[in-house]
Design a protein around this ligand. Sequence first.
Ligand code: SAH
Length: 366
Amino acid sequence: MSQPPGQLTFVAPRRAKPARHLADLSMADRRAAVTELGEKAFRADQLSRHYFERLTTDVGAMTDLPAASREKLSALLPSLLTPVKEQTTDGGTTRKTLWRLFDGALVESVLMRYPDRVTICVSSQAGCGMNCPFCATGQAGLTRNMSTAEIVEQVVSGARALAAGEVPGGPARVNNVVFMGMGEPLANYKQVIGAVRRMVEPAPDGLGISARGVTVSTVGLVPAIGKLADEGLPVTLALSLHAPDDELRDTLVPINTRWKVSEVLDAAWAYAARTKRRVSIEYALIKDINDQEWRADLLGKLIKNKLVHVNLIPLNPTPGSKWTASRPEDERAFVRRLELHGVPVTVRDTRGREIDGACGQLAAAE
Ligand code: SAH
């Protein structure tokens, strides 16, 4: 299902909800759920330790639980993600997994291991309604929002593979989670915030990943950025800007027709002021579209002296798109221009490109 250019979809056509899972619930709600099942409230803590610390869902192996309780408690650990396909590259240190959800919807996540850290890129929606023309996910349209537990399960499953030593380099833990897979996280706000809480809460409540290691990337839903700033969760905000002028951004990131560059940047600065976190500006460099020096100059002027960092992403190829990455000399000139304004800038590596697992390439087809 492809969307007409510029059309935005906020309401998911599919409303199917997966079964309730431990990871959907706060600890207080877990205790209530366990009590409803006829078990003592402290069983919620035990079950949580198995899931968030030992990364297990096999109730048979939970020997600290009486056999009769295991059966009942297993209702809180339904299987939500079924692996359909796994592709690896970089000697196994980059791995993309295609998951089938209970209703047949498909999503992908990507695990990237670096010498000093592990990053997991997760999906927050099946598809996406934001319709950015250079993004494969955007071209497919929105299928449905993912539940909190469906989002968390992507991280738990990666963490489990790492702990088991399945990823070359020895057993390891997840350091970073980036909401840069399929979907617009701030368009599925409540479920995404729940997932972030499960990720950052220390065990047994959650996975205990540092909030600074979690990045929420958005096309720029201004009211939701304001709400996120009020959550008291110091996660990193990434803003997919891609153009410094409204005329071009209206076409590259259609949400710009609702909230202009100046509005979204103001929201970003307010976020930085509130959280003391450096905002990351994402800018995919597209040959002869948004990579002119004058645009780098304009961008530099708009963001200089702010708590900001620019992440340039060489455009990754997507099916049906006529656009390609910038020439190396244009990329260099763009970087230099930004540096002249004193703006910190890095160019993102193209990890996962060979397996269509890089930014904007997730389309979840079998
Ligand atoms: N919807 C969110 C998160 C998902 S995309 C957002 O847009 O921020 C993660 C990043 O990849 C975004 O910055 C997105 O603009 C970028 N991206 C999308 N398609 C791309 C492509 N073909 N090449 C490079 N980056 C791309």
